[in-house]
Design a protein around this ligand. Structure first.
Ligand code: PLP
Length: 376
C-alpha cells in the first residue's frame, strides 16, 4: 500500500467540478488580480475567523512581509521569532534589514516558550523590539495568553504567524478564539500543502485594527488603493482572483477536513501510547489543534525510521531539519551551535506522519503498524 504524506489530487477530486467552475468564472470575468472574487473570499475568511478585516495577498510569506512593513520594521529593528519554524518567519525580518532575535521553543508544544521570552526581555538591553511573532506550529496555538501578557508589559505588538493554523483555536482567558485573531494581526498561508490550499500560492492577513487594515490594503498594491496613487512604498502582494475563487469553494469543507485530521491523530496517539515513539504533546484538548502535521518525536534512529518507512512506500517528512539560526544564510547573525538546545534537539528528533483527511482507517493502521514494527 502506497501512503503519501499528502495526496493533493485525492483531496481535490470530490470537489473538482465546483473548483473548476469557480475558476472558469474568474477567467471569463477578466478580473484576475484582486477583484470581486478576492473581496468575497476576504469577507468569508473574516466571518470564519471572527476578525474584523481580512486582506488577501500573494502568499503566506508576503502576508508576513507586508505586516512587518506596515509596522515600519527596518534596519536596526529587532523582531522576536522562534528558531524552529519555516524559513519565512525569519527571512521576512532579514529582508527588511532588521534582525530576528530568536527565542527558544517549549520542548512539548514546539512553540515559542513564554518563560524563555520573559528571560529574553529581562536580559535585553537594546531598543524595544518592533514585534513578537509566535508561530502556531503544526496547527497548534502557541500560549498566546502568556505571550500577550509579556508583550503588553513591554508594549510590543504580537503578529501571529498562523500559516499552518487556519481552523485551530485557542482556549484562553477571553474565551475560545481562532488562531491568527488574537494579536495585532495574524497571517495565513494557502500554499498547496496547507489544510486550506490554493491551486498555487496565496495568503491572507487578518486584523481588528482599522488603520492597519487600510495600510495593508495599500502596501499589497504598490502603496495605493487607487491606480498610480503611491502614498506608501508597497509591493505587488496581490491575491489572484482564481486562487480566491478556488479557496472559497474549499473553505466550507475545512472544518470537516480538520476533524478527519483529528480522528487520524487520535488513532495514532492511542497506538503510540507506551511505545518508543512520543506522540505530539497536546497543549489543549484535541478540538483546538488542526493537525497541519502530526509530528512524533523519535529520540533515537529517527532517520533510520524514516528510511524504513520510505522503503515501505509510506511518506514522512522532517519539519525542520535545521533550526533557523543554523541555516547557511543566517550564519552572519553569529549564533553558535547549541544556542537554542530545545530547537536543535527538535530538529534531530521530529518526524511528520501522514495525517491528512484522505488517510483512511486502513492506511493509518498500516502506518502505525509499520512504525511500531520498526522498533520490534
Ligand atoms: C510557519 C510558516 N510561516 C510562513 C510560511 C510561508 O507561507 P507561503 O509558503 O505561503 O509563502 C509557511 C508556509 O510554508 C509556514 O509554514
Amino acid at each position: 500500500m502506497r501512503i503519501p504524506l499528502l495526496d493533493i489530487q485525492a483531496q481535490l477530486a470530490p470537489i473538482a467540478d465546483e473548483v473548476n467552475a469557480a475558476v472558469c468564472r474568474v477567467i471569463a470575468s477578466g478580473q484576475y488580480a484582486l477583484g470581486p472574487a478576492v473581496a468575497e473570499f476576504e469577507s468569508t475568511i473574516a466571518e470564519y475567523t471572527g476578525a474584523k478585516h481580512a486582506i488577501g495577498v500573494s502568499s503566506g510569506t508576503d502576508a508576513i512581509l507586508a505586516t512587518l512593513m506596515a509596522l515600519d520594521v527596518g534596519p536596526g529593528d529587532v523582531v522576536i521569532v522562534p528558531p524552529f519554524t519555516f524559513f519565512a518567519t525569519a527571512s521576512t525580518v532579514v529582508r527588511l534589514g532588521a534582525t530576528p532575535a530568536f527565542v527558544d521553543i517549549d520542548p512539548h508544544s514546539f512553540n515559542i516558550d513564554p518563560n524563555a521570552l520573559r528571560t529574553w526581555f529581562t536580559n535585553w538591553k537594546g531598543d524595544k523590539p518592533k514585534a513578537i511573532m509566535p508561530v502556531h506550529l503544526y496547527g497548534q496555538c502557541a500560549d498566546i495568553d502568556a505571550i500577550l501578557g509579556i508583550a503588553n508589559e513591554y508594549d510590543v505588538p504580537v503578529i501571529e504567524d498562523a500559516a499552518q493554523a487556519l481552523g485551530a483555536s485557542y482556549p484562553g482567558v477571553e474565551g475560545t478564539r481562532h488562531a491568527g485573531t488574537m494579536g495585532l494581526a495574524g497571517t495565513y498561508s494557502f500554499y498547496p500543502t496547507k489544510n486550506l490550499s490554493a491551486i498555487g500560492d496565496a495568503g491572507m492577513i487578518v486584523t481588528n485594527n482599522d488603520a492597519l487594515s487600510e495600510t495593508l490594503r495599500k502596501l499589497r498594491n504598490h502603496g495605493g488603493t487607487d491606480p498610480y496613487s503611491h502614498t506608501l512604498l508597497g509591493g505587488n502582494f496581490r491575491m489572484d482572483g482564481v486562487q480566491a475563487a478556488a479557496l472559497r469553494v474549499k473553505l466550507p469543507h475545512l472544518d470537516r477536513w480538520n476533524d478527519a485530521r483529528r480522528a487520524n491523530a487520535d488513532y495514532y496517539d492511542q497506538r503510540f501510547d507506551d511505545s518508543p515513539v512520543a506522540p505530539p504533546a497536546q497543549s489543549y484538548s484535541r478540538e483546538h489543534h488542526c493537525y497541519h502535521q502530526y509530528v512524533i518525536s523519535v529520540p533515537e534512529q529517527r532517520d533510520a525510521l524514516r528510511a524504513f518507512l520510505t522503503k515501505r512506500k509510506i511518506g514522512s517528512a522532517v519539519y525542520y531539519p535545521e533550526p533557523l539560526h543554523r541555516v547557511p544564510v543566517f550564519e552572519s547573525l553569529g549564533y553558535e551551535s547549541n544556542s537554542f538546545p530545545v530547537s536543535e534537539n527538535a530538529a534531530r528528533t521530529v518526524l511528520a506522519l501522514p495525517v491528512s483527511p484522505e488517510v483512511t482507517a486502513e492506511m493509518r493502521t498500516h502506518v502505525a503498524d509499520t512504525v511500531l514494527n520498526f522498533f520490534d
